[in-house]
Design a binder for this molecule. Structure first.
Ligand code: NAP
Length: 281
């Protein structure tokens, strides 16, 4: 069984991006810039943002974090986004989610200029992705996609099952696999027989949030299994896939932690570089 090492894949991607950023600097005399807006003091968000900033600096991006207390007015945030939309030194804007209840998430997402939307959440990017056009792609499914392609470069005709239909993970993952000519089934909480669906799959991507939902006897021999889930349990962090059981049947499997997580941040940097390159055309 191939243990898909997300830390190694992310380090390789960061190294590639570092070289690319250096070349862009030589060519344009400037580097891509990533600005993150962080609202409130929720510990997980603080940690995510710190890691994003550290990784951005490591590859040579210009990075900035703008912090607001969780009492900030919605309009202050929207005005700041508009200012960043017009700032040529900013290639990518990310507003760290979740937001305080009084701030309308959709309004925030739609205020970001789609060409600077490094999270790929703006409806224009969602539409472009589903139409098969160039777009920013949400970082987690993009990371999953790159890891799957490393194991199996030709996905044409493969049967893929995506478990979970969130806008963040399941839906964009489905689009990426469809673009690769997979036959994709997207499943969710109302799916009648999830085990039977999974047993058909050459590729399973689980993005649910239920610890060890996908069992060993749900997985076809030699399937590729990507575990997006991050679940805190009394035994520590576990994914949505029963790792020990599934590792006995799968061809390749991502661990939790150390699988999808590290690739998510590396893909944010990739999206920032791509936004910069598109803005120079
Ligand atoms: P979400 O928005 O809560 O969506 C969960 C999806 O799972 C929904 O579509 C839901 O179906 C489906 N679902 C729930 N119970 C199910 C069941 N019994 N059988 C089949 N499907 C079921 O979650 P998310 O934001 O996509 O996140 C999923 C997991 O990924 C979480 O553990 C999260 O922490 C993790 N995550 C990891 C990363 C990373 O970087 N590794 C990034 C983001 C998220 P319905 O639509 O019918 O409700």
């Amino acid at each position: 069984m191939i243990l898909i090492d997300g830390k190694k894949a992310a380090a390789e991607l960061r190294e590639q991006l570092k070289q690319e950023v250096a070349e862009l600097k030589t060519k344009y005399n400037k580097v891509p810039g990533l600005t993150v807006i962080l609202i409130g003091d929720m510990a997980p968000s603080q940690i995510y943002v710190r890691n994003k900033e550290k990784s951005a600096n490591e590859v040579g991006l210009k990075s900035e974090v703008i912090k607001y207390p969780d009492t900030v007015e919605e309009n202050t945030v929207l005005e700041k986004i508009k200012e960043l939309n017009n700032d040529e030194t900013v290639s990518g804007i990310l507003v760290q989610l979740p937001l305080p209840k009084h701030i309308d998430k959709q309004k925030v997402i739609e205020t970001i200029n789609p060409s600077k939307d490094v999270d790929g959440f703006h409806p224009m990017n969602v539409g472009n992705l589903s139409s098969g056009y160039e777009s920013s792609v949400p970082c987690t499914p993009l990371g999953c996609y790159l890891m799957i392609k490393k194991i199996e470069p030709n996905l044409s005709g493969k049967k893929a099952v995506v478990v979970g239909r969130s806008n963040l993970n399941g839906k964009p993952m489905t689009q990426l696999l469809l673009k690769e000519n997979c036959t994709v089934t997207i499943t969710h909480s109302r799916t009648k027989d999830l085990k039977a669906e999974c047993l058909e799959a050459d590729i399973i991507v689980a993005a649910v949030g239920i610890p060890e939902l996908v069992k060993g006897d749900w997985v076809k021999k030699d399937a590729i299994v990507i575990d997006v889930g991050i679940n805190k349990t009394e035994n520590g962090l576990v994914g949505d896939v029963a790792f020990d059981e599934v590792s006995k049947v799968a061809k390749a499997l991502t661990p939790v932690p150390g699988g999808v997580g590290p690739m998510t941040i590396a893909c944010l940097l990739k999206n920032t570089v791509e936004c910069f390159k598109r803005s120079q055309i």
